[in-house]
Design a protein around this ligand. Sequence first.
Ligand code: HEC
Length: 158
Amino acid sequence: MGRYFLFCACLVAAWSTESYASPGSQANEITDALYDLLQSQGGSTGGGDNGGGEAASFSAFKADISTPVIQTECVICHISGGVAGNSDLLYKQQDEAGYEQHNYDVLKAFITKKAGNGDVLLANTRGELGHEGGNLFSPPDAEYSDLENFVNLVESGK
Ligand code: HEC
């Protein structure tokens, strides 16, 4: 939690410096540059190397999230044409080519899109924020800890 707040504080600091110093489109450029910087520190395949040349978050996704969480509990609604077809979380089913990479990219993009989105994901999973899918996992479920761990890896660019 401490690290998360630090991350937010850093973003807020960056944001206020930016809006103070540069109005208009320049501000967007700085936001983009900041985003690129964050990405370059833990890109989807490059950074966060865990020794095998693969991001630690992608390894964790394949080991603990893809099947027990996404395929078992989320994909039934979070799919094109599904109940959650209008959400930002649209997954591929496991019989589709490249489903792991696609689903990892979708989830990672959601988490990194906005500060606090990692918590939004976890809260929806607990059935909060009016999640129409209800409560899928809560502490102390192993799947919940695995998802929390995954969010932490993504948020720290690993
Ligand atoms: C029974 C159907 C159903 C299931 C199962 C389900 N969801 Fe959802 N979820 C929804 C609907 C419907 C929405 C709202 C979609 C919209 O924005 O129109 C939603 C929204 C969300 C959002 C907010 C998305 C956004 O764009 O802000 C998150 C995060 C989320 N779900 C996570 C999950 C996770 C993680 C799982 C699996 C562990 C899951 N959901 C399983 C139906 C479901």
